[in-house]
Design a protein around this ligand. Structure first.
Ligand code: UD1
Ligand code: UDP
Length: 364
């Protein structure tokens, strides 16, 4: 079979690396990078860390407003899809690249496979929520990571083509851990932090960066913490922090974004992780590190069970209390699959292909 995979943002390179490896064993894959993320530390470093093959094409859309960025991808992708005529277009997650990839394919009548289908925050002010809902409703194959995601799709009347396969982020973490273990001592030393004696934080959500009051409160909360805070900053957050004239405390170790291997090493050895990232919440859970989510809701409610993850919004008192809470007593549940999501996705796509053994059905 011939697949065309659309990626554009940091977490999508991680997921695509796992699926690509599996797909390319038996099939042809055309990898298209939209160019949504273009800095080395948001893009190329993930290709290097995860040995993801270089993209066959880069649409070079760059940064812009939601409408302009989405429209540019749509416009540039249409011709590529017409030329390549893949059997299926694969998209991941909930970014503007996801939405545009799904929409361009659906308009040409090409089957769309959505990896990470069924995630919902039920907050339509979040750009990612709009992207997820529309992408799910356009998709032929909906690869849901969890039972909750399957239930969310069913609540919207989507049951055809839904498959619970587990989470590719878990596949990626398991595949990369041996490398992390080998390098973590050196990486921690280079950052000047000691195992269990620092916090790790990330902030990049629109709701947390565009509102300067919220951003100032988040920086205040981190500055109140009792240990150093390693804070690799997304460029949008750095720009917003400058505009908002935030006053970072002396305990903040602000840096550029870090690569995937270093990030896992920093997560694994932190006292706790504070984040508004979907990927980082799950990674903390997989690694059994307490997480404080700097939002009022999460699409990953499984992580809240047994107290491994706590929602703390942007209130400094709540955030500080959550970061200093004792370690949960129960081990995390294995709610995100077994690290074989990629193999399962490929098997399902093969079964559903016109030449596959179960050509007529693609039910869960
Ligand atoms: C995007 C996704 C978000 C995802 C995140 C992963 C959407 C709507 N948002 O958010 O769901 O969690 O990626 O990291 O698709 N910038 C750079 N260099 C880059 C890329 C961006 O400096 O290589 C700056 C630009 O100023 C840009 C801003 O970051 O305007 C935001 O980038 P954008 O891709 O629009 O959204 P993210 O916040 O990265
Ligand atoms: N990540 C990274 N370096 C960083 C911040 C995040 O390698 O400085 C990784 C993180 O470990 C996870 C992915 O990027 O694998 C998550 O991306 P992000 O938080 O940007 O997006 P989200 O998951 O919220 O969509």
């Amino acid at each position: 079979m011939r697949f065309l995979t659309v990626v554009g943002a940091r977490p999508q390179f991680v997921k695509a690396a796992m699926l690509s490896r599996e797909l390319r064993q038996r099939h042809e894959e055309v990898l298209v990078h939209t160019g949504q993320h273009y800095d080395d530390l948001l893009s190329d470093i993930f290709f290097r860390d995860l040995h993801l093959p270089a993209p066959d094409l880069n649409l070079g859309v760059g940064s812009a407003s939601h409408a302009v960025q989405t429209a540019r991808i749509l416009e540039r992708l249409e011709g590529v899809l017409q030329e390549q005529r893949p059997d299926c277009v694969i998209v991941f997650g909930d970014t503007n690249s996801t939405l545009a990839g799904a929409l361009a394919a659906a308009k040409l009548g090409l089957p769309v496979a959505h990896v990470e289908a069924g995630l919902r925050s039920y907050d339509r002010s979040m750009p990612e929520e709009v992207n997820r809902v529309v992408t799910d409703h356009l998709s032929t194959y909906l690869f849901a990571p969890t039972a909750t995601a399957v239930a969310c799709l069913a609540a919207e009347g989507i049951t055809e083509g839904v498959h619970r396969v587990g989470d590719l982020m878990y596949d990626a973490l398991l595949a990369t851990l041996p490398l992390v273990e080998r390098r973590e001592e050196e990486l921690l030393r280079a950052r000047g932090v000691e195992r269990g004696a620092y916090y790790l934080a990330t902030i990049h959500r629109q709701a947390n960066t565009d509102d300067h009051g919220v951003l100032r409160r988040l920086f205040q909360a981190l500055s109140f913490l009792d240990l150093p805070v390693v804070l690799p900053l997304h460029p949008r957050t750095l720009a917003a922090a400058r505009e908002a004239a935030v006053l970072p405390g002396d305990n903040l170790r602000i840096s550029e974004p870090v690569g995937y291997i270093e990030m896992l090493a920093l997560e694994r050895n932190a006292r706790a992780v504070l984040t508004d990232s979907g990927g980082v919440q799950r990674e903390a859970y997989f690694l059994e590190v307490p997480c404080v989510t700097l939002r009022e809701e999460t699409e990953w409610p499984e992580t809240l069970k047994s107290g491994w993850n706590v929602l703390a919004g942007s209130d400094p008192a709540r955030i500080v209390a959550a970061a200093r809470r004792p370690l949960p007593l129960e081990a995390p549940e294995r709610a995100f699959g077994d690290g074989r999501a990629a193999a399962r996705i490929v098997e399902i796509l093969e079964r559903a292909s016109p030449d596959g053994p179960n050509a007529s059905s693609h039910h869960a």
